[in-house]
Structure formats: C-alpha cells, structure tokens
Design a protein around this ligand. Structure first.
Ligand code: KIV
Length: 293
C-alpha cells in the first residue's frame, strides 16, 4: 500500500488550514533529502530545462526529459506526493495525446499526479485526463510555456479585467476536476481572493502568503542557480559556493599531491612489486557504493 501523501491528503490540508509545502526536485539524491526534510509535494517541474539543462526557457523540455527525471525522483521519494510537469506540446495538441502523456508520467515515471498550464482553454483537456483517473494540478498567472504570448516574465492579473479573467480561469479548472492550482506571479490580493473562492488548494509562487501552500525552485532557495534570484524567492543556503570551494580544494590537493593518501588507497594481499610507499601501506576498506573485490 502506498503511504505517500495523496491528493485527498492535500485537499484535507486546505480544509484544516494547514499550509502545503511544494518544492521542485530533479534527481535521486536531492529527492531523498527533500523527502527527509518533510516536503509535501516533490515536483519535477519543467524549470528543469532552465536550472538543470541550461536552456533559456522551459519550451525545449520534452516528455523524455521529464520522464527521465521523474523516474529518479520517484525512486528517491517515500513520503512526498510526486508531481510531474507536462512539458510544452505534451497536452496542447489533443486531449487524447494529453491523456497518453499524462498516463506515461504515472505508469513509466512513477508520479502520482501531473501539472499543466492554462485556464478555460485547457479545461476540457483537464476533465478528460481526470476522467482517465489521473489527478491534475492546474497552473495560472505567469505560465512560462506561453512566454511568447505573454510578452515576457511579467506579473499577471494586475488590471481589474485581467484579475476577473484569472478568477474565472481558476473556477473553470476547479469545475474541470483539477485537485489544486498553482498561482504564479499574481498580486497578493487577487491570489487571496482566488484562494477564498475555490474549494481546492492554491499553491503560490510569487503570489503572497494568502495561498494554501507555496512552491519554490530548489536551485533558487539553495543558491545553486547563480544567474539571478527572483523577487519571490529567498535564499536559504549558498550550496553553489560550497560546491565550488570544495571542488577547488580537491583540485588543489591533487596538484599538491595531498590527495590521495593512505586513507584513500588499497594494497595487495601479497606485495609483488616494490615495498608500498608510506602513502599506501595501510589497507583501507572501500566505500560501499564502489564495492571492490
Ligand atoms: O516548472 C516549475 O518549476 C514550475 C513552478 C515554477 C511552479 O512550474
């Protein structure tokens, strides 16, 4: 029996007024750490394309990319709900295509639900995927897959007309069966109004504290993506600096012959060649990950 957090658990959190913590994760070791830290939703977002694969937008991300990373995250996750993003063109072409691709993320990837971007225009697709037994999270506001239509990474819903449109899109997604809705870069009062209006949890990113939960990008919060820090993010660590400094020290140690030493070397059972130097005289058990006979 799967003891991971389910969409029903997430819904119950809204009713109880408990905040939902969602975080992007893209690989096995970080999935394990994030799971141990007690995150509710481990999310393989298509930001993968930017923060891991080095593209300048999320548009080049493919189903194969998301599947590959979803499998790794699912293998490293025991407790969190595993949510996979539907990449650009994996759900826009036809509902049949969308159901097949969403199904692959569960069947092959090991996710428990999928997320896709858009409001009324994708509501029929959301309904069809949900009818196929696949839980769907919606995504409104700044929807990066429509970046060329939006004219850049801008706050959405700032005018009364745009705000009403966003609210109607949220209601349409809920009616189509979405179990939660991401609100990205939406003014704080609008996000709160949507959160009060819909019965499903809202998960904010740049949408203020009034949402039912928050999502952030791993690389932003951990200081791994050095290029810039979005206004909505807070840096909780400088792991990028830690990595760079550690690798620099390793390189210096190799060049100065300080690495490896006895502790990282092995010796023969019966010496056949010249007497081992002092540096290799003591046997050392190999690490478990690289079991050496
Ligand atoms: O892909 C992603 O990381 C996202 C979040 C920004 C919500 O969609």
């Amino acid at each position: 029996m799967d003891s991971r957090i389910s969409v029903t658990d997430l819904n119950a959190k809204k009713k109880k007024g408990e905040k939902i913590v969602m975080f992007t994760v893209y690989d096995y070791p970080t999935a394990r750490l994030v799971d141990e830290a007690g995150v509710d939703i481990s999310f393989i977002g298509d930001t993968l394309g930017m923060v891991v694969l080095g593209y300048d937008s999320t548009l080049p991300v493919t189903m194969d990319d998301i599947l590959h990373h979803t499998k790794a995250v699912a293998r490293g996750t025991k407790r969190a709900h595993v949510l996979a993003d539907m990449p650009f063109l994996s759900y826009q072409v036809s509902p049949e295509d969308a159901i097949r691709n969403a199904g692959r993320l569960l069947q092959e990837g090991g996710a428990q639900s999928v997320k896709l971007e858009g409001g009324i225009q994708v509501s029929e697709t959301v309904r069809r995927i949900v009818d196929a037994g696949i839980p769907v999270m919606g995504h409104l506001g700044l929807t990066p897959q429509s970046i060329h239509q939006l004219g850049g990474y801008k706050i959405q819903g700032k005018t009364p007309k745009a705000a009403v449109k966003l609210l109607n899109n949220a209601v349409a997604l809920e009616q189509a069966g979405a179990y939660a809705i991401v609100l990205e870069c939406v003014p704080v009062h609008l996000a709160r109004a949507i959160t009060d209006r819909v019965g499903v949890p809202t998960i904010g990113i740049g949408a203020g504290p009034g949402c039912d939960g928050q999502v952030q990008v791993f690389h932003d919060l951990l200081g791994l993506y050095q290029d810039f820090l979005p206004k909505h993010a807070r840096r909780y660590a400088h792991v990028g600096h830690t990595i760079r400094d550690a690798v620099r020290t390793y390189a210096e140690d190799v060049r100065a012959r300080r690495f490896p030493t006895d502790a990282e070397s092995f010796i023969m059972d019966t010496p056949l060649f010249s007497e081992p130097s002092e540096a290799t005289a003591q046997p050392n058990a190999p690490r478990k990950r690289r079991q050496t006979a």
